[in-house]
Design a protein around this ligand. Structure first.
Ligand code: 5GP
Length: 114
C-alpha cells in the first residue's frame, strides 16, 4: 500500500494544523480550504478508499463520524449546519489515497454540488 502525505502528517514528519487527535483518529485543517472551516478527519490506519473498508473496520468508521460531529460542534458549526464529504475515485475527486472525511462549514453549501 503506497504511503501518502497523510501518513507523514500522522507521524508528525510534516506539519499540520491539528484540531483533534486520539489513538485511532486525527483531524487537521485542510491546506487548501474550500470553506471558511475545512477540516479533514482521518483514521490512523491506512485505508485507501471507501471501497477498502472491511466489516472489521465498522467501529473505527463509526468513531470517525462521531469524531467529525464532535469537532463540528466544537468549532461552532453545528447550529448553522455543515457538510461532510468523502470523495472516491477520479470522478469523485479523490486526490489523496487515504480515507478522509471533509468537514466543510462557515458558509452556505450549494446543492447539487459541483
Ligand atoms: P480529496 O481530494 O482526496 O478528497 O482531498 C484531499 C485533501 O487533502 C484536499 O482538500 C487537499 O487540499 C488536502 N491536502 C493535500 N495535501 C495536504 C497536506 O499536505 N496538508 C493538509 N493539511 N492538507 C492536504
Amino acid at each position: 500500500m503506497a504511503e501518502t502525505v497523510f501518513d507523514k502528517i500522522i507521524r508528525k514528519e510534516i506539519p499540520a494544523d491539528i484540531v483533534y487527535e486520539d489513538e485511532q483518529t486525527l483531524a487537521f485543517k485542510d491546506i487548501n480550504p474550500q470553506a471558511p472551516t475545512h477540516v479533514l478527519v482521518i483514521p490512523k490506519k491506512q485505508i485507501e478508499t471507501i471501497a477498502d473498508i472491511n466489516e472489521s473496520d465498522a467501529p473505527l468508521i463509526g468513531q470517525l463520524f462521531t469524531t467529525a460531529a464532535q469537532i463540528a460542534e466544537n468549532l461552532g458549526l453545528a447550529e448553522d449546519g455543515y457538510r461532510l464529504v468523502i470523495n472516491h475515485g477520479e470522478r469523485g475527486g479523490q486526490t489523496v489515497q487515504h480515507l478522509h472525511i471533509h468537514i466543510l462549514g462557515g458558509r452556505a453549501m450549494t446543492w447539487p454540488p459541483g
